[in-house]
Design a protein around this ligand. Structure first.
Ligand code: 13P
Ligand code: ZN
Length: 210
């Protein structure tokens, strides 16, 4: 895809998420790798419902602002993931309701906030490590994500929300939506006797694609 097509794709996927309630107000941010090796990101404070293809931010791998509006305050953690996971070409960060609710619970397993009970969660995300609470924009979030980026496709920022990677922006958005619905189901099922997938069932799903 050309840079113009990628800009249009970011605007339309963001609006779609906004219209379906995955993003509200000015929360969340998106980024993707451009054909020239730089990165397109949502501007800080922007609403997913009102992005403008011509004012999206462009930064290089070192975080230098090259063009467009001032980038997201979280662009450093996006870049930390790209540096450490060559398979990642796009990132979605949301404050979506169910994942954010989950991120506020005490006693989450730091290695995996959602024990698998449906196959698509395993196929698209696999495991959801928890990053300890840091204020939005704290540079330490980038350090924490850099340490785990090579091993996981999504992360849950405690008391904040999800960070989800993809091979392109469509894939990252689909992964984020699957993860949000999985969190919704996990909270709906709280206190009920869930039949979790067995270790063998989880293993059989890994590496089978989507
Ligand atoms: O989600 C956000 C902070 O974590 C939104 O910040 P930005 O508006 O700077 O992208
Ligand atoms: Zn945020």
């Amino acid at each position: 895809m050309t840079e113009q097509q990628l800009r249009a794709q970011m605007v339309s996927l963001a609006r779609s998420m906004f219209e379906r309630g995955y993003a509200t107000g000015g929360a969340g941010n998106l980024s993707l790798k451009l054909p020239d090796g730089n990165f397109l990101a949502t501007p800080t404070g922007s609403s997913f419902g009102r992005l403008d293809a011509n004012t999206l931010s462009v930064v290089d791998i070192d975080g230098n602002h090259l063009s467009g509006d001032k980038p997201s305050k979280e662009v450093a953690f996006h870049l930390a993931i790209y540096r450490n996971n060559p398979a990642c070409n796009a990132i979605v960060h949301l404050h979506s309701t169910y994942l954010t609710a989950l991120s506020c619970l005490e006693g989450l397993d730091p290695d995996n906030a959602i024990r698998p009970f449906t196959p698509y969660y395993v196929m698209r995300v696999g495991q959801l490590p928890v990053i300890p609470y840091l204020r939005p924009g704290d540079p330490q979030i980038a350090t924490e994500l850099a340490n785990r980026a090579g091993d996981y496709r999504a992360f849950l920022l405690a008391n904040h929300g999800p960070v989800v990677t993809g091979t392109d922006l469509c894939d990252a958005v689909d992964n984020a939506e699957e993860l949000e619905e999985t969190a919704k189901l996990a909270l709906m099922l709280d206190g009920k006797a869930i039949r979790y997938l067995t270790a063998a069932e989880v293993t059989a799903l890994k590496g089978r694609g989507k």
